[in-house]
Ligand binder design. Structure first.
Ligand SMILES: [Zn+2]
Ligand SMILES: [Zn+2]
Length: 128
């Protein structure tokens, strides 16, 4: 998968993989300016592609990005995260039946489910 990436995409992905916490676009840019990426647009373009292939996910409420740690992650439009309020670490919830559950829940309100971005806040094992 990574072999199809451009140089900029690889650099952005590596930066996110090295980070313990999710990073905003400008933090990413700050980290990689030395490697020749100078503009936020270059970062956003790389992020768009990485999100499209599922290598990176966006945490909407934090307006930041994390590298996916799961092989063959199916999360594209829909994502589910546990966010620790103590250490700000983010854990992705994989292998869930949330689309089914949320679809059922939506139907009860005569609403057709399409995607979700779920963010659950709490305390992780290390902090709890
Ligand atoms: Zn993922
Ligand atoms: Zn924590």
């Amino acid at each position: 998968m990574e072999s199809h990436l451009t140089n900029n995409q690889k650099i952005v992905l590596q930066t996110l993989e090295k980070s313990e916490q999710p990073l905003g676009a400008y933090s990413i840019l700050f980290n990689i300016e030395k490697k020749g990426i100078k503009s936020p647009q270059q970062v956003y373009r790389a992020l768009d592609k990485l999100i499209e292939i599922g290598a990176v996910h966006k945490i909407e409420s934090l307006n930041s990005y994390i590298a996916c740690k799961h092989e063959n992650c199916k999360a594209r439009e829909s994502t589910s995260f546990l966010i620790c309020q103590e250490c700000q670490k983010v854990f992705e919830v994989v292998e869930n039946n949330l689309p089914d559950e949320l679809s059922k829940l939506s139907r009860k309100s005569n609403f057709k489910y399409s995607t979700h971005n779920l963010e659950i806040f709490g305390v992780c094992k290390a902090c709890g």
